[in-house]
Design a protein around this ligand. Structure first.
Ligand code: ZN
Length: 326
């Protein structure tokens, strides 16, 4: 039985249930915590976050994967209190959104140092919170090309994944061939990797989806709701129907097992206003109704949010994360 670390302790993979694989409780650029104009009291943060997550739970959501990682506002004690208040399983990430959000201390670290750091957070814990990471985050720096630092982080992530069984999610699926080469060189099966944001507006034409799928990787449709139809859409936005039809091509061609779906919502943005009108609940309030209207059956919807997620977390290799079992 594979076990997965939530911030409150490990659970069986079968207990994950309906999961959004790429979300943020609070996300901001490194340093935003020093910008006093954006400071929020704990009460303000709860007020912005808890109602959205309670709605998610009321709709049937069970697990929230926080893809924030080190340096972008990750706060384990706070996540633990939110898990307690909402009843959701919250999974925290070790790793980085990308080399360009890794602060100097990490940016100058070796692959070996980063590997040890990730394994420590996955098996011993994050600080003294008692909470452990359950997933590893990596990503492509701005510019659509993996930098040398991005690649050190990818290699460290691959080693930590092999050592612990934790899967990897990426920020951006561009420059996939370079990522695949590095990950395969480290001996990591690509089924352990979700290439995220393959569905966003700015990545279109830059993602080798066939290359990812044929190498065994998974495709992230994980920016649902960042629609150009929003009153003030972000630069990575995309027309709602275009993104939807992109996903439907996978479902219609019998490749539903290759994709994972999420909203990449930011419950309480740090150092910026966030994107108005976008929450994790887009999944239940817009996407699932859209899927049903297009004739997608409940079994396929369950596969996207339950079966594929369980499969992504399931590892056949013995690992320290699971053998600890406590
Ligand atoms: Zn994200």
């Amino acid at each position: 039985m594979t076990r997965v670390n939530t911030v409150l302790g490990p659970i069986a993979v079968e207990q994950l249930g309906f999961t959004s694989i790429h979300e943020h409780i609070g996300y901001g650029m490194p340093g935003s915590e020093l910008d006093t104009r954006w400071w929020k009291t704990p009460e303000q943060r709860y007020e912005e976050t808890i109602p959205k997550l309670r709605t998610f739970a009321a709709h049937g959501g069970q697990t929230f994967v926080d893809a924030t990682g080190i340096c972008n506002g990750r706060d384990i004690d706070y996540y633990q209190s939110i898990a307690e208040k909402t009843g959701l399983n919250i999974i925290a990430a070790t790793g980085f959104v990308g080399g360009d959000t890794a602060l100097k201390h990490f940016a100058e670290a070796s692959v070996e140092y980063l590997t040890d750091q990730f394994i420590h957070e996955l098996t011993v814990g994050i600080g003294t919170s008692g909470g452990k990471a359950g997933i590893i985050k990596v990503g492509v720096s701005r510019g659509f090309k993996l930098t040398a630092l991005d690649l050190r982080i990818y290699r460290a992530a691959a080693r930590a994944s092999l050592a612990t069984g934790a899967p990897i999610i990426t920020h951006l699926a561009v420059d996939a061939a370079t990522a695949i080469d590095a990950l395969q060189e480290e001996g990591l099966p690509l089924t352990r990797v979700l290439f995220g944001h393959a569905d966003d507006g700015v990545s279109q034409g830059k993602v080798d989806e066939e290359g990812i799928v044929s190498a065994g990787g998974r495709i992230g449709f994980d920016t649902f709701g960042y629609d150009l139809e929003l009153p003030d859409p972000p630069f990575w936005g995309r027309h709602r129907d275009e993104r939807f039809q992109h996903l439907m091509r996978y479902l219609r061609s019998g490749q539903a097992d290759k994709v994972l779906v999420a909203a990449d919502a930011n419950c309480s943005p740090l150092g910026w206003p966030g994107v108005k009108g976008h929450t994790i609940n887009y999944l239940f309030e817009q996407l699932i109704p859209d899927l049903r209207q297009d004739g997608v059956d409940d079994a396929t919807i369950d596969q996207l949010f339950i079966g594929n997620v369980a499969d992504f977390f399931t590892t056949s290799t013995p690992d320290t994360l699971n053998s600890e079992g406590k």
